[in-house]
Design a protein around this ligand. Structure first.
Ligand SMILES: *Cc1c(COP(=O)(O)O)cnc(C)c1O
Length: 384
């Protein structure tokens, strides 16, 4: 079986985790801050708050940006449901901005048009969450300009994108956003088993997210509203959660972070082989834009025409041959839970057309060239 995405684990990763098991701290020890510092150095950002998943990171990022009831959060319909659920956790309302068909990313022009309209209705979003599909950034320069004109905050859902770059700056530097999120789920570019991180250059946001990940509790005198009772004292100052990352997970993350560049290089090599071998009369890979270096979390091809039947035949046919192709993503607004909120088919036509043509082929560092050839041959056989 060839899966669409998978972790790459070596003895060094195993040793790093075992060392923590034999240490004094399984959680709340030194590995989490060490991991946070290493990520900051890697992406050139000031603060990192490691948590138990990217979903948790998105939640506390929204809370830190004071998303609450009556607020609006906009994201892309072509993403994992976590990108929009985070707003619902805060009691806010969600809306979507349609994608650009050739990259699958949120279309900045569509965002601009939607903002202009929302302004006339006095319904501007508080936060916009661009999602860097497959590891290639959105047009962050443009989106950031719009944020200044229309006064919204930006959370980059870069769950796919650690190791990617934008104009030679690492994704995660928060040059064009308030907060950036990475996921370390095993199918992503690098893993901590479960885990995620929220990055920011704003110390107040970082501190708020640190408190939110651990019950809303502080042990710092200057953050307390009443005098300390003594050295054992802590105070709850807001409603937080237990979203902490453990030291075991952080140790794995640290060990994997050392390899992230080689993972991404390998992903590019394999993607290039796909690009060369795939029959361009039938499919095209997601467009790679100049000045954007993808982390290539996913290798996504598009049928040259959306075709529900052929799309189904292709993904099922691959699975029959032991190749776990996938579809990233089912448009979020078409999920039953979202339809119950009032979203309807036809609202985001580019996303819906994309859904009938996008197929994710296997891509991960341990995939071999022969396996890529086998996948390509199988795709061609099925398409005829
Ligand atoms: C995987 C993913 C998430 C959630 O990540 P977890 O770490 O599994 O919570 C959020 N957004 C996107 C775009 C993802 O791909």
């Amino acid at each position: 079986m060839i899966s669409y995405g998978k972790q790459s684990i070596t003895q060094a990763d195993v040793d790093a985790v075992v060392a923590v098991l034999n240490s004094d701290w399984l959680t709340q020890g030194p590995k989490v801050p060490e991991f946070e510092r290493a990520i900051c150095d890697y992406v050139d950002c000031q603060y990192a708050v490691a948590v138990n998943s990217a979903t948790s990171a998105l939640h506390i990022a929204c809370l830190a940006l004071q998303v609450g009831e009556n607020d609006l959060v906009w994201t892309s319909p072509i993403s994992f449901v976590a990108s929009s659920n985070c707003a619902l956790y805060c009691g806010a309302k969600v809306d979507f901005v349609d994608i650009e068909p050739n990259t699958g990313n949120m279309c900045a022009k569509a965002l601009e048009a939607k903002l202009a309209h929302a302004k006339t209705m006095n319904q501007l979003p508080k936060v916009v969450i661009p999602v860097h599909l497959a590891g290639q950034t959105c047009d962050m320069e443009y989106i950031s300009k719009l944020s200044k004109i229309y006064g919204f905050s930006i959370i980059e859902d870069a769950s796919h994108a650690i190791g990617g770059k934008y104009y030679d700056k690492p994704i995660g530097s928060c040059t064009y956003s308030d907060i950036t999120i990475f996921s370390f789920h095993p199918v992503k570019v690098m893993t901590s088993a479960e885990g995620g991180v929220a990055l920011t250059n704003n110390s107040a946001l970082a501190r708020q997210m640190q408190m939110l990940r651990s019950h809303g509790v502080t042990a710092e005198d200057d953050e307390m509203t009443e005098p300390s009772h003594g050295p054992w004292y802590y105070q709850q100052v807001c409603l937080g959660f237990n979203y902490r990352m453990t030291d075991l997970h952080a140790a794995l993350g640290l060990s994997q972070l050392k390899k992230v560049d080689s993972f991404v290089t390998r992903r590019h090599q394999l993607a290039n082989i796909y690009n060369q071998l795939l029959d361009s009369r039938l499919v095209t890979p997601l467009n790679q834009v100049d000045n954007r270096y993808s982390a290539y979390h996913l290798y996504i091809i598009l049928l040259n025409e959306p075709n529900k039947t052929l799309h189904h035949t292709l993904v099922s046919g691959l699975r029959d041959k032991g190749i776990i192709g996938h579809v990233h993503y089912i448009p979020i607004h078409l999920q039953p839970y979202y339809k119950e909120m009032g979203f309807k088919p036809g609202e985001f036509p580019n996303a819906e057309r994309y859904y009938q043509s996008a197929v994710t082929l296997p891509l991960h560092p341990d995939l071999t060239q022969d396996q890529v050839k086998y996948v390509v041959k199988t795709v061609h056989d099925i398409l005829g």
